[in-house]
Design a protein around this ligand. Sequence first.
Ligand code: F6P
Length: 309
Amino acid sequence: MNAAIRAVVRGSTYHQKEVFGIFRGYEGMIDGEIVKLGARSVGNIIQRGGTILKSARSDAFRTKEGRKKAMENLDRFGIDSLVAIGGDGTFTGLHAFYKEYGIPSICIPGTIDNDIPGTDYTIGYDTATNTAVEAIDRIRDTALSHNRLFFIEVMGRHSGYIALNSAIAGGAVAVILPEQDVTFDQLYTLLEQSGKANKKSSLVVVAEGSKIGGANELAKMVADRSSYFDIKVTILGHLQRGGPPTYFDRVLASRMGIASVEGLIRGEKDAMVGVFENKIVFNLFASIMNGQHHEIDEESLRIAKILSI
Ligand code: F6P
Protein backbone atom coordinates (compact mmCIF):
# COMPACT_ATOMS: atom_id res chain seq x y z
CA MET A 1 0.00 0.00 0.00
CA ASN A 2 2.91 2.37 0.66
CA ALA A 3 4.07 1.98 -2.92
CA ALA A 4 0.56 2.96 -4.08
CA ILE A 5 0.46 5.98 -1.74
CA ARG A 6 3.85 7.06 -3.02
CA ALA A 7 2.70 6.75 -6.63
CA VAL A 8 -0.50 8.72 -6.02
CA VAL A 9 1.44 11.50 -4.28
CA ARG A 10 4.21 11.70 -6.86
CA GLY A 11 1.79 11.28 -9.78
CA SER A 12 -0.29 14.18 -8.46
CA THR A 13 2.76 16.34 -7.87
CA TYR A 14 4.03 15.55 -11.37
CA HIS A 15 0.69 16.67 -12.82
CA GLN A 16 0.73 19.78 -10.63
CA LYS A 17 -2.16 18.75 -8.42
CA GLU A 18 -2.24 19.36 -4.69
CA VAL A 19 -2.42 16.12 -2.73
CA PHE A 20 -3.43 15.29 0.84
CA GLY A 21 -3.13 12.13 2.92
CA ILE A 22 -6.12 11.09 5.00
CA PHE A 23 -5.11 9.05 8.03
CA ARG A 24 -7.08 6.01 9.23
CA GLY A 25 -9.32 5.82 6.17
CA TYR A 26 -12.90 7.05 6.42
CA GLU A 27 -12.54 7.46 10.18
CA GLY A 28 -9.82 10.07 9.61
CA MET A 29 -11.92 11.72 6.94
CA ILE A 30 -14.65 12.24 9.53
CA ASP A 31 -12.22 13.34 12.25
CA GLY A 32 -10.31 15.65 9.91
CA GLU A 33 -6.98 13.80 10.16
CA ILE A 34 -5.81 15.23 6.86
CA VAL A 35 -2.31 16.44 5.98
CA LYS A 36 -0.79 17.93 2.88
CA LEU A 37 1.75 15.62 1.24
CA GLY A 38 4.52 16.24 -1.25
CA ALA A 39 7.02 14.18 -3.18
CA ARG A 40 9.44 14.15 -0.23
CA SER A 41 6.80 13.04 2.32
CA VAL A 42 6.66 9.64 0.65
CA GLY A 43 10.41 9.00 0.42
CA ASN A 44 11.79 5.75 1.85
CA ILE A 45 8.45 3.95 2.03
CA ILE A 46 8.31 1.85 -1.15
CA GLN A 47 10.07 -1.03 0.61
CA ARG A 48 7.85 -0.99 3.69
CA GLY A 49 4.80 -3.17 4.33
CA GLY A 50 1.56 -1.85 5.82
CA THR A 51 0.53 1.75 5.24
CA ILE A 52 2.01 5.01 6.54
CA LEU A 53 -1.53 6.41 6.46
CA LYS A 54 -2.80 3.67 8.78
CA SER A 55 -6.09 1.89 8.43
CA ALA A 56 -9.31 1.70 10.42
CA ARG A 57 -12.80 0.33 10.20
CA SER A 58 -15.39 3.09 10.37
CA ASP A 59 -18.92 2.49 11.57
CA ALA A 60 -19.56 6.25 11.46
CA PHE A 61 -18.96 6.33 7.68
CA ARG A 62 -21.88 3.93 7.24
CA THR A 63 -24.18 6.70 8.51
CA LYS A 64 -25.43 9.75 6.59
CA GLU A 65 -24.22 12.06 9.38
CA GLY A 66 -20.74 10.51 9.31
CA ARG A 67 -20.45 10.98 5.57
CA LYS A 68 -21.73 14.56 5.87
CA LYS A 69 -18.97 15.35 8.37
CA ALA A 70 -16.42 13.73 6.05
CA MET A 71 -17.60 15.90 3.13
CA GLU A 72 -17.37 19.04 5.28
CA ASN A 73 -13.74 18.19 6.02
CA LEU A 74 -12.95 17.57 2.36
CA ASP A 75 -14.47 20.98 1.52
CA ARG A 76 -12.41 22.59 4.27
CA PHE A 77 -9.22 21.31 2.59
CA GLY A 78 -10.46 21.95 -0.95
CA ILE A 79 -10.31 18.24 -1.80
CA ASP A 80 -12.30 17.49 -4.96
CA SER A 81 -11.42 13.89 -5.77
CA LEU A 82 -10.47 10.77 -3.87
CA VAL A 83 -8.27 7.70 -4.23
CA ALA A 84 -8.87 4.91 -1.70
CA ILE A 85 -6.92 1.68 -1.27
CA GLY A 86 -8.72 -1.39 0.04
CA GLY A 87 -11.17 -4.17 -0.60
CA ASP A 88 -14.91 -4.68 -0.55
CA GLY A 89 -15.71 -2.50 2.47
CA THR A 90 -13.63 0.38 1.17
CA PHE A 91 -15.32 0.20 -2.24
CA THR A 92 -18.82 0.06 -0.79
CA GLY A 93 -18.15 3.12 1.36
CA LEU A 94 -16.64 5.08 -1.50
CA HIS A 95 -19.49 4.20 -3.85
CA ALA A 96 -22.08 5.39 -1.30
CA PHE A 97 -20.12 8.61 -0.85
CA TYR A 98 -19.91 9.15 -4.60
CA LYS A 99 -23.65 8.63 -5.00
CA GLU A 100 -24.35 11.18 -2.26
CA TYR A 101 -21.81 13.88 -3.07
CA GLY A 102 -20.67 13.12 -6.63
CA ILE A 103 -16.99 13.44 -5.73
CA PRO A 104 -14.91 11.63 -8.38
CA SER A 105 -13.39 8.58 -6.70
CA ILE A 106 -11.07 5.77 -7.70
CA CYS A 107 -10.35 2.64 -5.68
CA ILE A 108 -7.10 0.76 -5.80
CA PRO A 109 -7.60 -2.93 -4.93
CA GLY A 110 -5.44 -3.75 -1.93
CA THR A 111 -5.91 -7.10 -0.21
CA ILE A 112 -3.75 -10.18 0.14
CA ASP A 113 -6.79 -12.31 -0.72
CA ASN A 114 -6.80 -11.45 -4.46
CA ASP A 115 -10.57 -11.93 -4.35
CA ILE A 116 -11.69 -8.73 -6.08
CA PRO A 117 -13.27 -9.01 -9.51
CA GLY A 118 -12.13 -6.65 -12.26
CA THR A 119 -8.42 -7.19 -11.74
CA ASP A 120 -6.07 -10.14 -12.18
CA TYR A 121 -4.07 -9.08 -9.12
CA THR A 122 -4.61 -7.07 -5.96
CA ILE A 123 -1.81 -5.32 -4.07
CA GLY A 124 -0.28 -7.52 -1.36
CA TYR A 125 -1.30 -10.87 -2.77
CA ASP A 126 2.05 -11.62 -4.39
CA THR A 127 3.99 -10.68 -1.26
CA ALA A 128 1.74 -12.73 1.02
CA THR A 129 1.97 -15.76 -1.27
CA ASN A 130 5.76 -15.51 -1.48
CA THR A 131 5.90 -15.35 2.32
CA ALA A 132 3.72 -18.44 2.55
CA VAL A 133 5.92 -20.28 0.04
CA GLU A 134 9.06 -19.39 1.97
CA ALA A 135 7.47 -20.68 5.17
CA ILE A 136 6.37 -23.89 3.43
CA ASP A 137 9.94 -24.46 2.16
CA ARG A 138 11.26 -24.09 5.71
CA ILE A 139 8.62 -26.40 7.15
CA ARG A 140 9.43 -28.97 4.48
CA ASP A 141 12.91 -29.42 5.96
CA THR A 142 11.41 -30.72 9.21
CA ALA A 143 8.72 -32.70 7.43
CA LEU A 144 11.36 -34.46 5.33
CA SER A 145 13.86 -35.08 8.09
CA HIS A 146 11.26 -36.50 10.47
CA ASN A 147 8.85 -38.13 8.00
CA ARG A 148 5.99 -35.98 9.14
CA LEU A 149 2.66 -34.85 7.81
CA PHE A 150 2.19 -31.08 8.18
CA PHE A 151 -1.02 -29.10 7.97
CA ILE A 152 -0.12 -25.50 7.12
CA GLU A 153 -2.87 -22.94 7.44
CA VAL A 154 -2.66 -19.83 5.29
CA MET A 155 -4.91 -16.77 5.17
CA GLY A 156 -8.01 -16.54 3.06
CA ARG A 157 -11.32 -16.46 4.89
CA HIS A 158 -13.29 -16.55 1.66
CA SER A 159 -10.58 -16.86 -0.94
CA GLY A 160 -8.26 -19.72 -1.86
CA TYR A 161 -5.75 -17.80 -3.98
CA ILE A 162 -2.90 -17.80 -1.46
CA ALA A 163 -3.57 -21.42 -0.56
CA LEU A 164 -3.77 -22.73 -4.11
CA ASN A 165 -0.69 -21.00 -5.46
CA SER A 166 1.47 -21.49 -2.38
CA ALA A 167 0.51 -25.18 -2.51
CA ILE A 168 1.62 -25.46 -6.14
CA ALA A 169 4.82 -23.50 -5.53
CA GLY A 170 5.57 -25.27 -2.25
CA GLY A 171 4.90 -28.77 -3.59
CA ALA A 172 2.01 -29.64 -1.28
CA VAL A 173 0.30 -33.00 -1.56
CA ALA A 174 -3.12 -31.41 -1.10
CA VAL A 175 -4.77 -28.04 -0.81
CA ILE A 176 -8.10 -27.20 0.80
CA LEU A 177 -9.86 -24.03 -0.37
CA PRO A 178 -12.98 -22.20 0.81
CA GLU A 179 -14.36 -22.38 -2.74
CA GLN A 180 -14.12 -26.17 -2.95
CA ASP A 181 -16.53 -28.87 -1.91
CA VAL A 182 -14.05 -31.49 -0.77
CA THR A 183 -14.96 -33.98 1.93
CA PHE A 184 -12.69 -35.13 4.73
CA ASP A 185 -12.88 -38.68 3.32
CA GLN A 186 -11.51 -37.46 -0.01
CA LEU A 187 -8.62 -35.77 1.77
CA TYR A 188 -7.93 -38.85 3.86
CA THR A 189 -7.92 -41.11 0.79
CA LEU A 190 -5.41 -38.80 -0.87
CA LEU A 191 -3.14 -38.96 2.18
CA GLU A 192 -3.36 -42.75 2.23
CA GLN A 193 -2.49 -42.85 -1.47
CA SER A 194 0.53 -40.65 -0.94
CA GLY A 195 1.70 -43.05 1.80
CA LYS A 196 1.28 -45.95 -0.66
CA ALA A 197 3.11 -43.95 -3.33
CA ASN A 198 6.08 -44.00 -0.98
CA LYS A 199 5.95 -40.39 0.14
CA LYS A 200 7.71 -40.17 3.46
CA SER A 201 6.50 -36.73 4.32
CA SER A 202 3.60 -34.60 3.16
CA LEU A 203 2.45 -31.02 3.33
CA VAL A 204 -1.21 -30.06 3.19
CA VAL A 205 -2.02 -26.38 2.68
CA VAL A 206 -5.33 -25.30 4.20
CA ALA A 207 -6.97 -21.92 3.64
CA GLU A 208 -8.35 -20.56 6.91
CA GLY A 209 -11.84 -20.49 5.39
CA SER A 210 -11.82 -24.23 4.58
CA LYS A 211 -15.34 -25.66 4.84
CA ILE A 212 -14.15 -28.95 6.34
CA GLY A 213 -12.13 -27.41 9.16
CA GLY A 214 -8.91 -25.48 9.66
CA ALA A 215 -5.44 -27.03 10.02
CA ASN A 216 -5.95 -27.91 13.70
CA GLU A 217 -9.29 -29.61 13.13
CA LEU A 218 -8.07 -31.54 10.10
CA ALA A 219 -4.95 -32.70 11.94
CA LYS A 220 -7.11 -33.98 14.78
CA MET A 221 -9.50 -35.74 12.41
CA VAL A 222 -6.63 -37.55 10.70
CA ALA A 223 -5.04 -38.47 14.04
CA ASP A 224 -8.40 -39.81 15.28
CA ARG A 225 -8.66 -42.06 12.25
CA SER A 226 -5.13 -43.44 12.15
CA SER A 227 -1.93 -43.45 14.16
CA TYR A 228 0.10 -43.98 10.96
CA PHE A 229 0.92 -40.29 10.50
CA ASP A 230 3.23 -38.18 12.65
CA ILE A 231 1.25 -34.93 12.39
CA LYS A 232 2.20 -31.31 13.03
CA VAL A 233 0.36 -28.04 12.44
CA THR A 234 1.62 -24.56 11.56
CA ILE A 235 -0.67 -21.55 11.30
CA LEU A 236 1.02 -18.74 9.40
CA GLY A 237 -1.50 -16.03 10.36
CA HIS A 238 -0.54 -12.37 10.20
CA LEU A 239 3.05 -13.16 9.18
CA GLN A 240 1.54 -13.07 5.70
CA ARG A 241 0.33 -9.50 5.99
CA GLY A 242 3.61 -7.73 6.65
CA GLY A 243 7.20 -7.36 5.54
CA PRO A 244 8.85 -5.81 2.50
CA PRO A 245 6.69 -6.13 -0.62
CA THR A 246 7.93 -8.13 -3.59
CA TYR A 247 9.08 -6.34 -6.74
CA PHE A 248 5.79 -7.44 -8.35
CA ASP A 249 3.63 -5.75 -5.72
CA ARG A 250 5.74 -2.58 -5.76
CA VAL A 251 5.42 -2.28 -9.53
CA LEU A 252 1.72 -3.17 -9.51
CA ALA A 253 1.01 -0.59 -6.80
CA SER A 254 3.10 2.03 -8.59
CA ARG A 255 1.25 1.46 -11.87
CA MET A 256 -2.15 1.54 -10.19
CA GLY A 257 -1.28 4.68 -8.21
CA ILE A 258 -0.21 6.64 -11.27
CA ALA A 259 -3.17 5.30 -13.27
CA SER A 260 -5.59 6.47 -10.55
CA VAL A 261 -4.30 10.03 -10.70
CA GLU A 262 -4.25 10.12 -14.48
CA GLY A 263 -7.66 8.47 -14.60
CA LEU A 264 -9.12 11.17 -12.36
CA ILE A 265 -7.56 13.88 -14.52
CA ARG A 266 -9.13 12.24 -17.60
CA GLY A 267 -12.53 12.16 -15.91
CA GLU A 268 -12.76 8.60 -14.54
CA LYS A 269 -15.05 8.39 -11.54
CA ASP A 270 -16.83 5.84 -9.36
CA ALA A 271 -14.45 3.16 -10.59
CA MET A 272 -11.77 0.70 -9.58
CA VAL A 273 -8.41 0.55 -11.29
CA GLY A 274 -7.21 -2.95 -12.12
CA VAL A 275 -4.85 -4.92 -14.32
CA PHE A 276 -6.14 -7.28 -16.94
CA GLU A 277 -3.74 -9.11 -19.26
CA ASN A 278 -1.03 -6.81 -17.91
CA LYS A 279 -2.84 -3.66 -19.03
CA ILE A 280 -4.38 -1.06 -16.74
CA VAL A 281 -8.18 -1.07 -16.83
CA PHE A 282 -10.98 0.84 -15.07
CA ASN A 283 -14.18 -0.89 -14.01
CA LEU A 284 -17.20 1.01 -12.76
CA PHE A 285 -18.00 0.06 -9.16
CA ALA A 286 -21.48 -1.02 -10.15
CA SER A 287 -20.04 -3.61 -12.53
CA ILE A 288 -17.86 -5.31 -9.89
CA MET A 289 -19.81 -4.80 -6.70
CA ASN A 290 -22.79 -7.08 -7.14
CA GLY A 291 -21.62 -9.92 -4.94
CA GLN A 292 -19.09 -11.17 -7.49
CA HIS A 293 -15.92 -12.95 -6.48
CA HIS A 294 -12.65 -13.26 -8.36
CA GLU A 295 -13.01 -16.92 -9.25
CA ILE A 296 -10.29 -19.46 -8.57
CA ASP A 297 -8.53 -20.56 -11.70
CA GLU A 298 -9.72 -24.09 -12.54
CA GLU A 299 -6.56 -24.77 -14.54
CA SER A 300 -4.41 -24.10 -11.45
CA LEU A 301 -6.55 -26.54 -9.48
CA ARG A 302 -5.98 -29.17 -12.14
CA ILE A 303 -2.24 -28.52 -12.11
CA ALA A 304 -2.08 -28.81 -8.31
CA LYS A 305 -3.85 -32.17 -8.54
CA ILE A 306 -1.59 -33.60 -11.24
CA LEU A 307 1.55 -32.48 -9.44
CA SER A 308 0.59 -34.13 -6.18
CA ILE A 309 0.74 -37.75 -7.44
O1 F6P B 1 -9.05 -9.67 4.11
C1 F6P B 1 -7.79 -10.18 4.12
C2 F6P B 1 -7.51 -11.10 5.26
O2 F6P B 1 -6.16 -11.24 5.20
C3 F6P B 1 -8.18 -12.47 5.31
O3 F6P B 1 -7.60 -13.44 4.51
C4 F6P B 1 -8.10 -12.79 6.76
O4 F6P B 1 -9.10 -13.67 7.13
C5 F6P B 1 -8.32 -11.47 7.39
O5 F6P B 1 -7.87 -10.51 6.48
C6 F6P B 1 -7.68 -11.29 8.72
O6 F6P B 1 -8.04 -10.04 9.17
P1 F6P B 1 -7.84 -9.53 10.65
O7 F6P B 1 -6.48 -8.95 10.70
O8 F6P B 1 -8.90 -8.51 10.82
O9 F6P B 1 -7.98 -10.72 11.54
